[in-house]
Structures are given as C-alpha cells and as structure tokens.
Design a protein around this ligand. Sequence first.
Ligand code: AMP
Length: 631
Amino acid sequence: MTYDMFYRRSIDEPEAFWSEQAGLIDWHEAPPQILDNSHPPFTRWFAGGKTNLCHNAVDRHLADRADQPALIYVSTETGDERTYSFRELHGEVQRAAAALLALGVRKGDRVLIYMPMIAEAAFAMLACARIGAIHSVVFGGFASVSLASRIEDATPKVIVSADAGSRGGKVVAYKPLLDEGIRLSSHKPQAVLLVDRGLVPMERTAGRDHDWAALCAQHASAGVACEWLDATDISYTIYTSGTTGRPKGVQRDVGGYAVALAASMKHIFMGEPGGTFFSTSDIGWVVGHSYIVYGPLIAGMATIMYEGLPIRPDAGIWWSLVEKYKVTGMFSAPTAVRVLKKQDPAFLGKYDLSSLKALFLAGEPLDEPTARWISEGLGVPIIDNYWQTESGWPILTVANGVERKDSRFGSPGVPMYGFDVRLVHESTGEELTAPGQKGVVVIQGPTPPGFMQTVWGDDARYVRTYWETVPGKMVYSTFDWGIRDADGYYFILGRTDDVINVAGHRLGTREIEESISSHPSVAEVAVVGVADALKGQVAMAFVVPRDATAIADAAARLKLEGNIMKVVDGQLGAVARPARVHFVTLLPKTRSGKLLRRAIQAVAEGRDAGDLTTIEDPTALQQIRDQLGQG
Ligand code: AMP
C-alpha cells in the first residue's frame, strides 16, 4: 500500500483504520466502539475497551521474551550500568506498585514523579500505569516554583523523588527543591517516596518521607495484577508551557495512547521486537514518556535510559552505546547533534554502527548543515519529526515503515495518518491550499488516538486555548507557522505565540518574566527568544530596574544580572535562565500599554523591527539597540 492510500484511509475511514491498528496491542476486553466524536473537540477512542499500558509494555512480553533485555540503564554520571530483562522489569514494577499501594495510592490518584534519569523513574511510571494511578512527571531540571505550581495543579497523593541528580559530574540535590516546592504549594502530598542514591545527604520529614529501597524490600515478592482500565481512563498528565504563567496539564488516555504508540513504533520508527531503541531525551518530556518508556517496551524492544552528557567522558559515548547494545533506532534532538558537531568528527567513525537503521530528530527545527553533517557521518537516514507535548507522537514526518519516502532538508515531512493537518490564514481563518503560502498549522478534528484528551481539570481552558483561536473555525491550533510545498511536505517556521524553544525545551516567556519580576530590584521585564547557533533559541531579558543606582556602573549591572539569573535558577531551574539580562529605562510598548515583544525580538536578532505605528516611545527600541551594541 502506498503511504498516500494509508493516510487517506485514516482520514476518510478512521473507524476501520484505527480498528485495525487496535490489533497491535492486547485488550482485556475488545473495544465495542472505535471512535466517539459526539462532543467535539473531545474525541474519545476505543470507549468501552479495557486494557492497561503496563500490561502491554511488560507483562505481554513475558511469554515470548522474558529474558530479553527490556530496560538498559546507563549513567556516565555515577558509572552505573545495568540491564533489566522483561522478567526483572516485571518484578521491579510490581514492587514499586506494591509500595505505592502501601502508601494509599489507588486508581485515579495522582502520583507526581520528580526524578533524575534513573531506572526507578521508569519503574514508578509503569507502576502507576499498572494500578491505574495517574502519573505526572516533572522534569528534574525544574526548580521549586515550577514544581510548586505543578503540585498545586495535580494535587498528588504521593510524590516520588530522589536525593539528587548529576550533570557533568556535578551533583544537583533534588530534595531541598522538592521540600521547598511542597512548602510553597497549598496542596501537600500524603507521602513522599525517596530513592536514596547516596549522592547527597537528605533531611527526611518523619511520617511523610519513605525510603524506596526499604518499602520495595518489604514487598520483595509482591504480585500486583494489572488493573484493567477503560480505554478512556486517564494515564498521565504532563505539564507544558503556553502563553500564560500557569502551565497546562496535558492529559492523555490509556487505550488510544497505547494504540498510537504501538502503531508509531511500527509505521514511523520501524521498531522490531528484539531490537534496541535509544532515545536521548529525558523522562520529564513527552518524548521520554512516548519513546523512552512506553513506545519501545510496547513494541517488545529494549530501551536505553541514559543519564549523562553526550560528550562525557567523550563525544563518542552515545556511539559506543549504539555499538555495545546494537541499537537499531535512535531518537535525539538537533541541539544534541550540534553539540557533537563541535567535537572531533573521528568519534563517529570509531564504533561499529551497522545495527542502526535510522536517527530520528525532533523538538526543534533541524537546520540543513546539522542534518547533512550527521547524515554523512552516520550513513543512515536522518528522520526529522515534528510534534508537540499535546500530540503525544509525530504530527509530521515520513512513515518509512509504511512506504519509503525521501526526507527533505528543512522539512519534517508530511502529515501522519490520523492527523488532518491544514494551513490557515492567521487573521481570516481561510484555508490556504496553494503551495508556498505561509499560515498557521492547524489540525481538523477528530484528533487521532494518543492526542491529548483535555487540559487536566479544565475542559474550558482546553477549548479556549487550542480550539477557538482561528476565526470562524473550530480547529486545533499548533501555534506554529508553516508552509507546504507542491508535494505536500511542510516546513515549520516558528511559533506564533510567546513560547520559546531552548535546546528543544519548551518554555513560556511569561513564566520567566514572572520569575524575574519577583526580584525586588526589578520594576518591569520583557523576555524574548533570540536565535542561537547551538541551542536554536535562548531567552534574553530586558529589565527596567526600580532604582537606577542599582545599575550605576558596570560592576553593579553585572552583579544584578547575576542575581536575577540566580532567582530564575532557584525558582524555575537552569533551563529557563536567560542567557543575558540587559538593563533599560523603559520597554517598547503600544500606546495602550501592550508590550511589543515581537519588535524587541526582531531588534535583538538584528532584524527590522517591523510595523511601529502603534509604539508609544520609539527611544525604547533605540535603548535596546544600544544595549546590544547595534547603536
Ligand atoms: P514540545 O511540546 O515541548 O514538544 O514543543 C513543541 C514545539 O516544538 C512545536 O510546537 C514546535 O514549535 C517545536 N518543534 C517540535 N518538533 C519540531 C520539528 N521537528 N521542527 C520544527 N519545530 C519543532
């Protein structure tokens, strides 16, 4: 079958199409209904069917591949390296599930997971899936204020965490950040379950804090059966940034997600049972959920969980893992490749990479020099794929598992089956059908399996945020600009909103502004994303200080800049720290007081500031130019 036929069928006959794909997973009770689109935009898949993500990721494989590697844990930070077979993983997950049950966790309860890249994080996620608890993994690089807002929103019964993570050989203590996050939140968890890696001493709160190893040991031979869940029950929430300071809990189901992942592993990632998948993401991001933990395991593959940098001990570390574990599919981000590109290219030739079939890259635009460099170095197809936390799996790419299609430099590819992707005019909402026209990338419902169900606890916000932004149409907005060529390949041109993408990490400029504003010397602040050769974008802040003497001389400016960065580090985490803080006496605004963020961004990138007819005081932009030495 050609991909075009495959795709058309998914859009024209979604029930028949997805009913077939549903056969890729195990059902305890087959779904009596495939698609329920009676309350758009809330699409329900496989309603009435019963299944379990953990069963499909682990238990299902015990019959045929119990002794095959399932989870390969490698830390170049601590030197730990351990392979868990499916049988061993089954044991670990049951112990973790028993520990959660002992702490009172039941179906539908939330468990917040704030952990470094250690095997226990995957055990905890799978244990939640097993008992029907809703996990909410918070990226370990986030700090106390980010954590507090997520605790507040998810209201977890239990939080699973660890003493510390490690980055580049430097220990990053988690427990003090967690304690502060809990202190700042009005919701308090009943219990905290802590993995003690022995990296840094932990203060424990009596009655609340429990030890992972001790509690699991109490349930050493526990048998915890999978809870058969409705396909439309909630599997997890994952927080993502938008244009407000308040993160959105992207909520996903059980059955649709399992089917979407199984299908994508086959059709997009060309995963075969017995192969090894190596995704270099983090469990705190959606890629980590879909393609470190659930996707590869559902496909019966071993998955590598890697804690460490791509260049430590040297830039050959990832390739040495490909050789050692015969990695068949690898998934990373353009930033990581750009980091490797700055190192000695000989590292690519040092290892036997013949097992590798393709390298998938996602999370940010893939520039042509980076794509060419890695493609020539590896000698395998480089497959860009475009998606979002909200979609759960790729929206645009090429499905080589269905039909081989060439990738095009600069384009992530064509719409994936199930995604009715369109381009619309930003202000009229009119559909743009001619090639080469720039518009907003939108998705026409029903959304496919695996797509978010709603914003956790806030259906109205889901509709308002995503489905009511295009005039005259109820379509899902990706908030990305795009262009389509004559052959249907899309090109993504950046966000239409105030979300920035730093090294593949999605950050809201408002969140960073709120954090900077909490510094007592700051009167006003604007944060914009500025193009960066390595990270894609970096955050840059323009601050109006309360008192001009705070920036009287270079030393004072440097000190305040450092202090502001420290505030962001402590509240949001180093990922959100602006690369530079510049000081000005006023910010460019419209006469009605609206911040001219786009003009600031343009100037910061050395571009033309665009239409300035509404600007209150043009000297504000001149100050920014002066600050950037463009005077
Ligand atoms: P996240 O939800 O963190 O995965 O971020 C999603 C956003 O990252 C998208 O809306 C895009 O702006 C950007 N993005 C993800 N993948 C790609 C890609 N392959 N090419 C260009 N931009 C991408």
